[in-house]
Structure formats: C-alpha cells, structure tokens
Design a protein around this ligand. Structure first.
Ligand code: ZN
Length: 301
C-alpha cells in the first residue's frame, strides 16, 4: 500500500495507537489464506510508511535447475538447483553447498563452486521444535575485512530470519537428498534466538547483542499498545535479560502462530527516510510472561 503525503503527515502529528483489526483507525490485519507462497498469515497494513517486517515463513519454495558457467575454472556447466522463495534466492546450489559448515555458505561462487571463494551468503542453521531456522551467525570476526567475508545471506538481511517447517523440509529431502536431515541440525540456543529476533527489527540488525535495545527503544518509542511505553519496554528488557542470562542454553518449545494481541511499539526517527516511522511487534504476553515473536510466530515453551 502506498503512503500518501496526507497519511504521512497525519502520522507524524498524531502517532497514537490504532488498534489491530479496527480499519476505521487506519490499521487492519490482512489475512493471506490459500496463498501459494505465504510468508505470514497476518500482516499489518497502514496507509502511511509504517509497517512490520515479518520473518520469512518458507512453507513453499521453488527449486530451479540451472547451469553455472565454470569454463574459466575448467569446471564446465554442472547441474545446480537453486532455492527461491518470495522472490529471494535462499541457496544457489543444493548440490555443492557444504551443509556441514557452520555458518554455512548457501550462496557459493558460481565461477568455481568452491565454498568461501566468494564473500557473503552465509546463514546459521538451527532447529527449534518442528522448525528449521536460518539466522545470523554469532561467530565473532577479527576486523571488518573478515566480517565482510562472512556477511549474511542477502535474503536474511532483507527479510529477517527464515523459518522452514520440518515437515516441508523433509518433503524436499525426498527430491534433494543433499539437504541436511533435521536431526543433524544443531538445536537453537538463546543466543541464536536473540540474533534472529534482532533481525526482525531492521534498526537492530547490526547489533551484536540485544543489550543496547531497551535504551534505543526508550529514546525512539512514541506509542505502545497495549499499555504504557515504560511498561512495554520493561517487557522487552525482560526478554533481553533472559537471552543474556544463559546464551548457550537450548531453547525448548516451538514456533506457533501468535494468539492474542502482540505488544506493538511505534517508533519515530527509525524509518528508512528522515523522520520515518516504524512499528515492531517484539513480543506477546503469555501466562509465563513475555515471549519473543518471530514474525507472527511466538516462541512457546
Ligand atoms: Zn570461485
């Protein structure tokens, strides 16, 4: 939906909360039912430049056969299979990627086929219950040059974490035996979840930990729903502390569609344009306290 100048101005002057599901207030939930490739069942829409950036729920993918030209390296034209979803390349060669690596380079050099020849295209693969999650690696690099060599996959930087239901993944493995078996993929730790969660919020994608997040939100948040801003950010802080308390601990539970209203924050000055607005639904309050959200999926325990 395109932003109108009028809508943008109105948002700037009166950034109050519009309740989800109340179209009269400008925000409503859009249902994607039966879409061949849905990344999310519910997204928020707003006439202004104000939206949530959900992770990519990859239940459907396209597998495209192609033949890279490796004449310059004497490799001929091998048969490769590319994985695409939502218009993004998730992997350029199921056959030649070294799936045992961590992080794994899922987009490899198409001039020679060797992992680590090209820079970038990396993901960390972890398993959470009946999902496989691609997220950022928590590996620390020495200097900017090394970090640039291990840049995350473009789709991860653009769309946030990528979630594959194990059932679908196993279905693909019937055709592509090179894809790793889910039980060979390491379980998700709190640290992995923290980085996946930060990927959800574009202004925080470059942060190496969530420690600085509460102060960033305190400085920029202009509205919260439900409740007050201070209380909302305290919930965010609780989650950050939970990550930090035991980063290597395995996350138990699984990802499920969120029931009830998530906590929503509206922020000023964090959009892609000067003065731009941004929304984020970082968590939902459950019986056990605040639980982080990835897109419209909640991490249940
Ligand atoms: Zn190469």
């Amino acid at each position: 939906m395109k932003a109108s100048d009028q809508g943008t101005k109105r948002r700037r002057n009166r950034p109050c909360w519009r309740l989800p599901g109340d179209p009269s207030l400008g925000v409503h939930l859009r249902e994607h039912r039966g879409a061949p490739r849905s990344r999310s069942t519910r997204v928020f829409e707003h006439p202004a430049r104000c939206y949530l950036q959900p992770m990519l729920l990859c239940e459907y993918a396209e597998f495209v056969t192609w033949h890279p030209d490796m004449a310059s390296s004497g490799g001929g034209r091998p048969r490769w299979t590319r994985i695409e979803a939502e218009g993004a390349v998730l992997c350029n060669s199921i056959e030649w990627v070294d799936w045992t690596d961590d992080p794994v380079q899922v987009e490899i050099c198409d001039a020679c086929g060797h992992p680590e020849c090209a820079s970038g295209g990396y993901v960390r693969m972890v398993r959470l219950g009946d999902s496989i999650v691609w997220t950022r690696t928590s590996m620390e690099f020495e200097g900017d040059w090394e970090a640039s060599q291990f840049t995350s996959l473009y789709a991860l930087r653009k769309k946030g974490p990528i979630v594959f239901p194990v059932e679908n993944w196993n279905g693909w493995r019937l055709r592509f035996a090179d894809l790793p078996a889910p039980d060979r993929i390491p379980p998700m730790t709190r640290r992995d979840l923290e980085l996946a969660w930060l990927l959800e919020f574009p202004p925080a994608r470059g942060l190496s930990s969530s420690r600085a997040l509460p102060s960033l939100l305190r400085a920029k948040t202009i509205a919260a729903h439900p409740g007050e801003i201070d209380a909302a950010i305290l919930h965010v802080e609780q989650i950050c502390e939970w990550f930090e308390a035991d980063p290597t601990r395995e996350v138990t539970g699984c990802l499920r569609p969120v029931a009830g209203d998530p906590l929503l924050l509206a922020m000023e000055g964090l959009g892609s344009e000067p003065g731009g607005f941004r929304q984020w639904a970082p968590l939902v309050i459950t019986h056990d306290g605040p639980a982080p959200l990835l897109g419209n999926l909640v991490v249940t325990s």
